[in-house]
Design a protein around this ligand. Structure first.
Ligand code: SF4
Ligand code: FES
Length: 258
């Protein structure tokens, strides 16, 4: 697309489930530039053509995770997707798959956040006193760069739900925690400040849990923050199977033999 203004056709999925409206696509002709994002185009349509279009967004800079939607068939952040990179003069916006729909492009994230909350996504540490009488009792927990590297990429998750939307297992089992929650379980397990491993393992090692993942990898393909949830899940499976303990055992046997 050249730097001059160009026109695209924006096709927007419209419905309102609370009023039982039949779904339809509305079309808007939008003038765009090389740097126009899909969110810009939607806001243009909302401002000048139809103020009733429902979209959710906040930061406009790929930080808050609220503008996720299906754009030309793929889960993406609307604020992080330039029209020019889509190489198409027709841009189709639909709500994210695997989420209940509320209205137009707005979906319900309750179940997604419930899964996230269930794995207790914060550092558990039995040795940290819950009450301290004076600041001298507080000790800094220092981590080496190597220790931080073990979980750093997973901590970049903005909870946008794109991976959850792309997951074929979530599509067939709403009780499956999904790639976001499972990779966050790994994020805390890999953090040497945390000792909540056993508790989280009980939560994810069950009928609808981690073993339902069959490593399709679509979660990692759509993550806008460079997180690799599929890798986190496989590493977590390894820990659950005692691979790390087994490796240590082998290492000990080798040392004896040597
Ligand atoms: S892992 Fe990536 S795609 Fe999934 S919720 Fe986090 S940031 Fe979004
Ligand atoms: S508006 Fe915040 S991530 Fe897009």
């Amino acid at each position: 697309m050249s730097e001059e203004q160009n026109k695209i056709k924006l096709r927007v999925y419209r419905t309102n489930y609370s009023n039982d409206y039949s779904p339809r696509f509305d079309e808007y002709d939008i003038a765009v530039k090389r740097w126009t994002t899909v969110l810009d185009a939607l806001l243009d349509a909302k401002a000048y053509s139809d103020s009733s279009i429902a979209i959710r967004y906040s930061c406009r800079m790929a930080s808050c995770g609220s503008c996720g939607m299906k754009i030309n068939g793929k889960p993406r952040l609307a604020c992080y997707t330039k029209i020019s990179e889509l190489n198409s003069h027709t841009i189709v916006c639909e709500p994210l798959a695997n989420f209940p729909r509320i209205r137009d492009l707005v979906t319900d994230f309750s179940q997604f956040f419930a899964h996230h909350k269930k794995i207790e996504p914060y550092v558990h540490n039995e040795n940290v006193p819950t009450e301290v009488s004076n600041n001298d009792d507080l000790v800094e927990f220092k981590q080496t760069p190597e220790e931080v590297d073990k979980y750093l990429q997973f901590s970049y998750c903005i909870k946008c739900g794109l991976c959850y939307s792309a997951c074929p297992t979530v599509a067939t089992d709403a009780k499956f925690p999904g790639p976001q929650a499972l990779s966050q379980a790994y994020r805390y397990m890999a953090d040497n400040r945390d000792d909540g491993e056993k508790k989280r393992f009980k939560i994810i090692d069950e009928r609808h849990g981690i073993w339902r993942c069959h490593f399709a990898g679509s979660c990692s393909n759509v993550c806008p923050k460079g997180v690799d949830p599929a890798l986190g899940i496989q590493l977590l499976k390894g820990h659950l199977m005692g691979v790390s303990k087994h490796d240590k055992k082998i290492a000990r046997v080798r040392t004896k033999e040597e």
